[in-house]
Design a protein around this ligand. Structure first.
Ligand code: NAD
Length: 347
């Protein structure tokens, strides 16, 4: 199952109508400060159907925030959650849906892709856990490229690399199919051509539209396949080391791709073709450099001495991955990502 998708410039104006189509009459609206303007527009369109509003969101859904949002939904007798924002706002809405069963309408403003998946996440005592539950898969996703115009160039670049990671791993992930590969490859192509234009001119609506299109395909890929060692590493570095989600994806992706190069040749040849690069790992690294996205974990505060313990945590999660995963190999991958030098292409 995938959500109903509305994709158009100006689609924000259609959110209230989508809520009515679901038959819902009491809306919990969730949007952090960066999405306050669009959320005000949604609130005005909802009129008396707006039952409650949450204006604060925190990355990785702390348990206390999830509990408070669920209590707010219950007190307001909400029968739908509308989330406007990045993965953090959508993650909070999913936390409410997981407990109450109310449907989610997602209005994404980054390229993270959570809106297209049934994956939920929650952080308790510094440990992030995730799982899949069909109840959290948004029923409707409204993509409006205008909402991304305010996303700063640096955040756009890192978030775009996050989306690329879904596509790259989707090419070899468990659960993939010929259809997934087509969509993932098209997502890489769209993102790789749009992101340099977005960064050169964040107000270019055409580039924003192309990038959000790529992000939609990336989210679809993430939602319909499993993922590999790259996503497991990012999960550990975000949840247990507190590193920023999208930036970590950017810094790790070229090295996770180089790690898998000899074990997923056909899949990564498709990625290289979409990137118009000689090999996928180098192409991703060069793209990240060109758009100013992070390429070194050291720049994000990760230290070489943390590579060993982090590798142990990654391996404890038993990622399914083309190349068999062991602590020594993952440690080496993390040390390469820490340094951020040009990845070594496969021979
Ligand atoms: P985010 O939602 O925290 O947004 C990043 C930053 O950008 C924030 O400071 C936010 O306020 C700002 N921002 C967002 N949209 C903006 C806009 N249009 N203009 C200006 N500023 C804007 O981060 P994210 O990278 O979108 O999401 C990360 C979170 O989502 C993580 O917790 C991650 O685990 C989760 N995630 C979950 C899934 C899933 O399938 N469950 C998929 C991807 C990410």
């Amino acid at each position: 199952m995938t959500p109903r998708v509305v994709f158009a410039v100006g689609a924000l104006a259609r959110v209230a109508g989508e809520v009515r189509l679901l038959g819902a009459t009491r809306v919990l609206l969730i949007a952090g400060p960066s999405a306050a303007g669009p959320a005000d527009t949604v609130a005005a369109g909802l009129g008396t159907a707006l039952a409650a509003r949450i204006d604060e969101v925190v990355m990785h859904v702390p348990q206390e925030a999830a509990d408070a949002a669920t209590a707010t939904a219950r007190a307001a007798a909400a029968d739908v959650v509308v989330c406007v924002g990045g993965g953090s706002a959508i993650g909070l809405g999913k936390a409410v849906a997981r407990v109450t069963g109310v449907p989610v309408v997602a209005v994404p403003t980054t390229y993270a892709g959570s809106e297209m998946t049934s994956i939920w996440g929650r952080t308790t005592d510094g440990r992030k856990i995730t799982g899949r539950d069909p109840r959290v898969l948004p029923r409707v996703v409204v993509y409006d490229p205008e909402l991304t115009l305010s996303l700063p160039a640096a955040v756009s670049a890192a978030s775009g690399m996050n989306a690329l990671a879904h596509c790259v791993e989707g090419l070899y992930a468990p659960g993939g199919s010929a259809a997934t590969a087509l969509i993932a490859e098209e997502g890489i192509r769209a993102l790789a051509t749009a992101l340099p234009r977005v960064v050169a001119d964040p107000a270019d609506l055409g580039a924003r539209t192309d990038a959000l299109y790529g992000a939609w395909l990336a989210g679809w890929t993430l939602g319909t396949t499993g993922m590999g060692v790259h996503h497991k590493i990012c999960h550990v570095l975000g949840g247990s080391y507190g590193l920023p989600h999208a930036a970590v994806h950017s810094a790790v992706l070229p090295y996770a791709t180089a790690f898998n190069a000899g074990h997923a040749r056909d899949a990564l040849a498709r990625a290289a073709r979409a990137l118009r690069a000689r090999d996928a790992a180098t192409g991703l690294w060069e793209l990240a450099r060109a758009i100013g996205a992070p390429t070194a974990l050291a720049d994000l505060g990760f230290e070489p001495g943390q590579a060993g313990p982090a590798a142990d945590l990654v391996c404890a999660g038993e990622p399914v991955n083309p190349r068999p995963v062991d602590p020594a190999g993952v440690r080496e991958l993390l040390l390469a990502a820490c340094a951020g030098d040009r990845p070594v292409p496969p021979t």
